[in-house]
Ligand binder design. Structure first.
Ligand code: ATP
Length: 307
């Protein structure tokens, strides 16, 4: 009997890990259908996407009734635009992403995409419309080819290569021992943080969703890698409605709007320039701090430079 229960427990644990970390959950839902707490509303229709415009209207949400994590959060991301969310750890940034993907239903208010409440559309269609570039991408113990193709099984090889090229990882893959047939993951070739992120970008490019959610890695990629990855990230966001959870403010200077989230409330909002001009602004303060950190890093690098 115990043996019979084992896999279910394992799925449950894994499902919760996925919910929490946004790790490759998109295709996992097939496998984990039994575990889903969120179900399609009776008679729900597929999401009809136009430009992928997003609206959060007075959203209040808590993982448990005692503790609200988001309070009256309202914002819009017009079709094709980019909104960035910043704020201290635990402010609720990732929760906003999870709600948009409908891992949970909101307690009050509504989230809609192109005017349709996401509670009332078929989940499969919702998740098809949204691509996620997570903080940390989990790779399957399979070929690098499969790891990219899995975003859209049955894609042509040309489409897979093209996605890899746009993510700036094609050349690197050609240098792997068995090129695209090289096994990666825990039991294969280990990829660096930057490479894994490029795989996530390639997947999203192949999936070609109307909406992209980008959860920037907290652990800093080194500055050189980071600069190189910016171009690939910019490509994945082009012509898509984008929400970025950012830790490094330098990545979001050009966002159409920046939301500063603190303890579940939006406390400041505006463009980078507008937020910098605020007296005693939280964003302005964060910006100042990051500049100082950058300065001291550079000093450190200069002082330890052997040349
Ligand atoms: P970080 O920058 O550290 O990633 P964040 O702003 O993304 O933080 P969230 O992950 O959205 O923060 O978490 C907001 C709050 O909700 C935190 O207090 C967190 O502990 C809590 N929380 C997150 N996930 C769950 C969960 N599955 N169950 C209960 N509480 C949770």
């Amino acid at each position: 009997l115990m043996d019979l229960y084992m896999p279910l427990n394992w799925f449950g644990t894994y499902y919760r890990a996925i919910q929490k970390n946004f790790v490759d959950m998109e295709n996992m839902f097939e496998l984990l259908r039994e575990e889903e707490e969120i179900v399609d509303a009776p008679g729900s229709a597929p999401l009809l996407t136009a430009g992928g415009g997003i609206e959060f209207n007075n959203v209040t949400f808590g993982y448990s009734p005692e503790k609200m994590v988001l309070r009256n959060v309202s914002f819009t991301v017009p079709a094709g635009k980019t909104v960035a969310i910043v704020g201290p750890s635990g402010a609720g940034k990732s929760t906003i992403m999870r709600l948009l993907f409908r891992f949970y239903d909101v307690q009050m208010g509504a989230i809609s995409i192109d005017g349709q409440n996401i509670k009332l559309v078929q989940q499969q269609s919702l998740r098809k419309a949204i691509g996620v570039v997570p903080q940390d991408t989990v790779l399957f113990n399979n070929t690098i080819y499969y790891n990219i193709e899995y975003a859209k099984i049955g894609s042509s090889a040309d489409a897979v290569y093209e996605a890899a090229r746009s993510a700036d990882i094609h050349e690197r893959i050609l240098g792997f021992p068995e090129s695209y047939e090289t096994k990666v993951g825990e039991r294969g070739l280990r990829l660096s943080g930057g490479e894994k992120q490029r795989v996530a970008i390639a997947r999203t490019l192949l999936k070609s969703p109307i909406i992209v959610l980008l959860d920037e890695a907290t652990s800093a990629l080194d500055t050189h890698t980071e600069r190189n990855i910016q171009a690939a990230l910019a490509r994945v966001c082009t012509n898509r409605t984008t929400i970025i959870v950012a830790h490094r403010l330098s990545t979001i200077i050009h966002a159409d709007e920046i939301l500063v989230l603190k303890e579940g409330n939006i406390v400041e909002r505006g463009s980078h320039e507008q937020l910098l001009q605020r007296d005693n602004g939280i964003y302005a303060d964060m910006w100042q701090q990051q500049l100082e950190n950058l300065d001291s890093e550079q000093n450190l690098a200069e002082n330890t430079d052997p040349t």
